[in-house]
Design a protein around this ligand. Structure first.
Ligand code: EPZ
Length: 424
């Protein structure tokens, strides 16, 4: 298994281009199933989760070709409606094929994804929404099965006990796009990725209004047409490099972003004196010797994203004073804390809060990545740590960050990928 070896302390300088959003492209690939024809997707991040979704589409009979950052998908010869455990277990977002398969074929058999390290991650809201649309859903031997669904537009309230669900909103929106009549989803998630999927479906003839608000209206369609669509930039990848910049850069220009998608992070950085400069789609950041600590509480969009809290916690280890980070969405998203403690951070966790005392000098150590965003946080910590950090289990980072070591070494970081056979 590959590892990263990072020599900390280099000053970064230059430009980083942000790739397309992983959390948009995965449901959009699944939504391409709704059309019986071809879809061309541009600005696709070449990350491992995209390869897994490609394998799922190919398993059911679609043709998927990768040409640089473009995907050509042909869904004319889909001859299966099953997503097996072997593929779904690699990536939870495989469940996105549920909404589109039921939408197009009235049937699907998708393995239940199960929990994952960041929390239990149930799918009750997905099932509730699909059932409300008339899907005949049964749970059988670990699979969510639908055999003869005839979808009919309806009113659905989708919010759960942790707030709106991105995945359920998208899954139900996809199925409702192929239902007979109008659906209204209230309590919908407002994340930019929800808007991107709605824009994609509309680009192939769908009729979705209100995506990005808590109420989405969908006029179901019986047919869709071929489309070409460009994926929005990845706000979490951008946010991660923004933190790299304020931690370690003389000047770092983060290019191809949508700054409004990063508002909560940019506001926080301004508040603590790190003053990112926004110019159209670019954001310029630089390090500062002293900056203040602050508290964050993660919330659904437009609140501070849960996918950025680990990276922000690393920033807070370098800030002056105490900070509290509250995670309200997933119950187990502090897996990176013991690893940061091994690097010298001063952090205590209690329930869903991390209490951080800064600034601390971080020291290189051998650490292990536990999930995607935890891996990103460890890389950020290693960039500012004294000496060498070895991060193992970096397959997590490959799931969601395109060529991270290349992007960072291009701006001056000392980061290399090794596999144990090549290690010094
Ligand atoms: C999406 O996950 C993202 N994944 C996650 O990104 C992100 O952390 C999360 O949204 C929150 O923003 C993708 O887009 C592929 P949710 P999702 O349904 O859709 C509860 C990353 O690092 N819930 O919005 O699975 C759930 O347990 C990742 O890129 C139910 O109770 O998240 C959580 O507490 C990881 N029942 C809350 O809702 C359900 O049926 C929000 O989860 C569904 C969710």
């Amino acid at each position: 298994m590959d590892k990263f070896i990072i020599d900390g302390g280099n000053i970064l300088e230059g430009e980083i281009n942000i790739s397309g959003a992983k959390n948009s492209v995965l449901p959009i690939m699944a939504a391409s199933i709704l059309n019986n024809g071809t879809t061309v997707l541009r600005n696709v991040p070449l990350v491992h989760d995209v390869i897994t979704m490609k394998q799922i589409l190919e398993y059911i009979g679609a043709k998927v070709e990768i040409d640089g950052n473009t995907l050509n998908i042909n869904t004319e010869n889909i001859n299966k409606t099953e997503a097996p455990y072997e593929l779904v277990k690699k990536m939870r977002s495989s469940y996105y094929v549920l909404g589109s398969l039921i939408g197009r074929f009235g049937k699907a058999s998708v393995s239940l994804p199960g929990g994952c390290v960041i929390g239990a991650r149930p799918v009750d809201l997905h099932i509730k929404g699909l059932k409300a649309l008339g899907a005949d859903i049964e749970l059988e031997h670990g699979y969510i099965k639908s055999r003869f669904s005839k979808l009919k537009g309806t009113k659905i309230f989708l919010e759960g006990m942790h707030g709106p669900s991105v995945g359920a909103t998208i899954n139900v929106m996809m199925a409702a796009s192929a239902a007979n009549g109008e659906s209204v989803i209230s309590g919908a998630a407002c994340e930019p990725e929800v808007i991107d999927v709605a824009n994609f479906i509309n680009s192939m003839g769908g009729d979705i209004k209100g995506a990005g608000t808590h109420t989405i209206k969908i006029n179901g369609k019986t047919t869709f047409h071929d489309t070409e669509y460009s994926i929005i930039p990845d706000r979490i990848e951008a946010g991660t490099y923004i933190i790299a910049g304020v931690l370690a850069a003389k000047e770092l220009l983060i290019k191809n972003t949508i700054p409004s998608h990063l508002e909560s992070l940019l506001v926080k950085l301004n508040e603590i004196g790190l003053n990112p400069i926004v110019d159209h789609n670019n954001i310029l950041v630089k390090r500062k010797e002293n900056f203040k600590s602050t508290n964050i509480k993660v919330l659904p969009y437009p609140g501070f994203p849960t996918d950025m809290q680990a990276q922000f916690a690393v920033l807070m280890t370098q800030a002056e004073g105490k900070s509290i980070i509250s995670e309200t969405i997933f119950e187990n998203r502090f897996m990176y804390v013991p690893e940061l403690l091994r690097m010298g951070a001063d952090i205590q966790t209690e329930d869903n809060n991390a209490f951080i005392n800064g600034p601390t000098v971080l020291e290189g150590a051998e650490v292990m990545a536990s999930d995607l965003r935890a891996s990103a946080a460890l890389i950020l910590a290693a960039l500012v740590a004294k000496g060498k950090t070895t991060i193992s289990r970096i397959y997590h980072i490959d799931r969601g960050y395109e060529r991270i070591e290349k992007k960072l070494s291009n701006v001056g970081a000392s980061i290399k990928r090794v596999n144990p056979n090549q290690e010094e």
